[in-house]
Design a protein around this ligand. Structure first.
Ligand code: MG
Ligand code: MG
Ligand code: MG
Length: 307
């Protein structure tokens, strides 16, 4: 069994996955463990804003894990969303705020799951429970993750625990959460220099239901029409993705983070799943979802139920 324990979030890492890996590394180091934060993909612009703000380097990229590699998962549990080789790794600990699915282990483990808005909120609690000091750097990593996952507490996934954690962390960080938060979220919405292939994979989550594979990808923007200027090319990229990966459905969710709405583009053989689920017809492969911002709470369950 290898010595070092790797801690990482999901593929297509978001701010929670990167920041929580880094904070979890610190937490486990405080406990005397030999851990190293890793990442399973490129750092997005929003997360880069946080790292630049703190003058920190991103964790190293992890392509796959060897058999018996000891790992800690944060911000995910589904093997589809995890590292290559996860089936034969030794999962020692999971800290997550998602449904539990496509997950099993050969050995007993620690598992902390809470239906809160962000992994970092759980980590904040873990630090408090252990009476560990949270320094300014960790506070900013955690509050950035909370702002990202809850869209500045506006997402319906937000809980009182997230609000409390954010408030406490802001005090430690001595930061104005709204000013910092808007700046951070906006940094993540500049999509101009991505190709359409990159765009649809920036934050794509794969799932499977009864052998039917589907993907729900999401991008944040401050202008939906701006993204839709590229609709034709985006659709072409999605069609290719569907063909290459044998997908039944691909949903591309364009979320307006200022007005809290989402425009979806749905393609594939099973687009009627979206129509049935949201009780709305697709027009030109599109559907506008008022008040929808959360993939986890407002899109995935609807698709999963009707698939
Ligand atoms: Mg995440
Ligand atoms: Mg998260
Ligand atoms: Mg997210």
């Amino acid at each position: 069994m290898s010595e070092k324990i790797y801690v990482f979030g999901h593929k297509n890492p978001d701010t929670d996955s990167i920041c929580s890996s880094m904070v979890m590394e610190k937490f486990d180091k405080n406990l005397g463990l030999d851990v190293e934060a890793k990442r399973l993909g490129n750092v997005n612009k929003e997360t880069q804003f946080v790292l630049d703000y703190l003058g920190l380097e991103a964790p190293d990229l992890l392509q796959k894990v060897e058999e018996e590699q000891r790992v800690v998962l944060v911000d995910h549990n589904e093997f589809d969303q995890s590292v290559e080789g996860i089936e034969n790794a030794v999962i020692e600990n999971v800290v997550d705020h998602h449904r539990i699915a496509n997950f099993q282990t050969k050995t007993p483990l620690y598992y902390r799951a809470e239906p809160v808005g962000c992994t970092a909120t759980i980590l904040y609690k873990k630090f408090k429970e252990e009476n560990m000091t949270i320094d300014k750097k960790e506070a900013i990593l955690m509050l950035s993750a909370i702002i990202s996952d809850t869209l500045l507490l506006k997402s319906p996934t937000t809980t009182d625990d997230d609000r409390k954690a954010l408030e406490e962390l802001a005090k430690i960080a001595e930061i104005d959460v709204n000013t910092y938060g808007i700046e951070m979220l906006k940094a993540g919405t500049n999509l101009d220099d991505f190709t359409e292939e990159e765009l649809i994979n920036l934050d794509a989550k794969r799932s499977e239901k009864d052998g039917k594979k589907f993907v729900i990808a999401q991008v944040n923007t401050v202008s939906i029409p701006d993204v839709l200027k590229r609709k034709e090319n985006i659709e072409r990229a999605i069609e290719k993705e569907i063909e290459n990966n044998d997908l039944q459905l691909f949903i591309f969710a364009i979320t307006d983070i200022l007005n809290s709405n989402t425009q979806i583009i749905a393609l594939g053989k099973e687009t009627q799943v979206a129509e049935k689920g949201f009780e709305k017809a697709l027009e030109d492969n599109m559907m506008f979802l008022e008040g929808v911002v959360s993939r986890k709470k407002q899109i995935l369950p609807v698709i999963d139920k009707n698939m």
